[in-house]
Design a protein around this ligand. Sequence first.
Ligand code: DX5
Ligand code: ZN
Length: 218
Amino acid sequence: PIRAQIGPSVLNADLSRLYEESQKLLDNGADFLHLDVMDGDFVPNLTFGHPVIKCLRPKVKNAFLESHMMVRNPHQWIEPMADAGVDQYTFHIEPVIKTVPDIVRKIKESGMKVGLAIKPGTPLEDVKPFIQDADLVLVMTVEPGFGGQKFMSDMMPKVQWLRENYPELDIEVDGGVNTTTIETCTKAGANVIVAGTAVINAEDQKKVIAQLKESVNV
Ligand code: DX5
Ligand code: ZN
């Protein structure tokens, strides 16, 4: 059976305490960490990059780290991210649609898993040709760039189509997912769930992660 996992995003945590916040998420039951990398170009915001992740890596030894690359040139950061110890490199195909196979090959050569991400306005048709070579497809359920936005339930047909056609594929959703909206996602067939503010702002983080896990494991 396919894995069902919850990966909190640290984007809206106190980033001056990146390690402490990350360890807390892991202690509270996170299956992996979702690291939002923004370049201020592909999305109108900036976060952190490989130098910061490289510092975090040895402190959370056994954690699976996914970097969500919201960047104009995903090609450029493959080697630095592999060197930083990232486990999965999930990049947006929109700016590089003509060179996706090349990027996918380079990510695999570098030893990382490959995730293909699409923005809400990007049709599934754009990602279909590359799915068979990827480990995961990320269907964005908000416009990438900021945490705390409203979940777009009209993205669920994309998830449904992917699940119907790829029963074994890891299908990830990211944006506006909380203990309520997660039901829609898992029903549609998503099995890898990112949650940012719903987890970070929770009074009882352990409880919220447990609730999310319960939803994804039914
Ligand atoms: C948005 C990021 C998300 C974000 C999720 O651009 O890709 O990972 O942190 O935050 P919430 O869950 O608050 O929408
Ligand atoms: Zn993300």
